[in-house]
Design a protein around this ligand. Structure first.
Ligand SMILES: *Cc1c(COP(=O)(O)O)cnc(C)c1O
Length: 419
């Protein structure tokens, strides 16, 4: 009987076996009554300021202090912060901007909205991020900026990419939307480049519905970003004669008050995710056919979602099949296969009425390479990488269950029983 039981337990849930995860994952509120109390003073004052109210200024100060930067600019979203960055840097028609083909639309908007040309560097198949080598291969005399995306809480090689960029005199903007308090060595990611941009949409480590923050040590850039995001209004008393086409990307005091409250939790959120992610890394590294994303020694990852790779040579299945089986075990996951190059926008070469990109008459480069088959790192990611949901509200048991489920599915596909 015992043998029959254990055999039944090991059968994949996908094929009628018993799923590993039978209890619900831990969950909790993003916002609570603390935020409710934090917004009360606005209503006592009787006004929600559209910009530069006390909560907005306090948020700017708190963000700058947290990351040790001199200037903070608030924006209505992470996308808006990134667009204010390319706007402040003067990126424009015909300019090339190198970035990652695995990212959110927000990164791409910051390039296209300036009528610049997105150029993609290949990703490392295990980290899913661009590297100094893959970026170097895409630098041309037309390269005007690099937007480095720190994906899902893992620090990219910001130090290496900034060193390369400095040699060519190219500014680096770090897209920090998914990587609060992530560090390369002792230094926070987001402080290596000339500008770092964070998102405060509801899905990020901390959020307030929507919102964004841009940090820099460059006073002139901060001022230009501020003007770019606020219709070129000068809130410091001077009179600005708009010298470029700005936007209204303002963050109001209601949102800022919520953000300020969220900031009080960010260390706890990141510490918890780091603990869970580190535990998953250690356990999954011991499973034949499974490889976690590598964290360099001394770096600190904050795991916005969790990623690992399967080895089809050892397991006989790719990420799609493995994720299907793992999902059936009760673990929310899917292949981490989505790439910018899959979008119609790039398959059809980003020509639209308002974002001409490479079809701009001022663009002097060759037609950019948006063909997936020329990105071997990305192709490997598509075959191998799987993303698993992560939350600071997960319990230690949830993490144990994820480990057990990955172990079970891997063992099944390796053809082992009870291994
Ligand atoms: C979320 C996100 C953004 C954009 O943030 P929004 O606040 O939603 O505009 C940009 N880049 C990356 C990598 C993101 O994950």
């Amino acid at each position: 009987m015992k043998v029959a039981n254990s055999r039944r337990r090991e059968m994949l849930a996908l094929y009628g076996g018993r799923p590993v995860k039978t209890t619900p994952f831990g969950s909790g509120p993003k916002h609570s009554l603390a935020e409710w109390h934090a917004i009360k003073p606005l209503f006592q004052r009787g006004v929600i300021h559209m910009t530069r109210g006390p909560e907005v200024m306090a948020l700017r100060q708190a963000f700058a202090k947290l990351f040790g930067r001199k200037y903070a600019v608030t924006a209505s979203s992470g996308t808006a912060a990134l667009h204010a960055a390319t706007g402040a840097l003067g990126i424009g028609r015909g300019d090339e901007v190198i970035t990652s083909p695995i990212t959110d639309m927000g990164t791409i908007v910051a390039i296209l909205a300036q009528n610049a040309v997105p150029i993609f560097a290949d990703v490392d198949p295990l980290t899913l991020m661009i590297t100094p080598e893959t970026v170097a291969a895409k630098i041309t005399p037309r390269t005007r900026a690099i937007i480095l995306v720190h994906l899902a809480g893992l620090p990219a090689d910001a130090r290496g990419i900034c060193r390369l960029a400095r040699k060519h005199g190219i500014p680096v903007v770090e897209d920090m939307a998914q990587s609060y308090l992530t560090r390369q060595g002792r230094r926070y990611a987001g402080t290596f480049g000339v500008i770092g941009c964070w998102s405060l949409n509801e899905s990020k480590h901390i959020g307030a519905g929507d919102g964004g923050v841009l940090l820099t040590n460059d006073r002139a850039l901060a001022r230009r970003a501020d003007l770019f995001a606020d219709k070129c209004y000068d809130r410091e008393g001077g009179k600005v004669d708009p010298f470029f086409a700005p936007y209204n990307y303002r963050l109001n005091t209601l949102t800022a008050a919520v953000c300020l409250e969220q900031l009080k939790k960010v260390r706890w959120i990141c510490r918890t995710r780091n603990r869970y992610g580190t535990r998953l890394d250690r356990a999954l590294a011991a499973i034949p056919g499974i490889t976690p994303r590598p964290v360099r020694k001394g770096d600190y990852a904050t795991y916005w979602y969790y990623v690992f790779s399967v080895d089809p040579e050892i397991l006989g299945v790719d990420s799609a099949e493995f994720a299907r089986a793992l999902h059936a075990e009760g673990i929310p996951c899917r292949p981490a296969a989505e790439s910018v190059l899959d979008w119609t926008l790039f398959r059809e070469h980003v020509v639209s009425r308002h974002a001409c990109a490479a079809s701009c008459p001022l663009y002097k480069g060759p037609r950019p390479d948006y063909a997936l088959e020329n990105y071997p790192g990305l192709l490997q990611v598509k075959r191998r990488a799987i993303r698993v949901g992560m939350s600071e509200y997960f319990t230690p048991k949830d993490i144990s269950d994820i480990i057990r489920a990955v172990r079970k599915v891997a063992a099944f596909y390796r053809g082992e029983r009870g291994g």
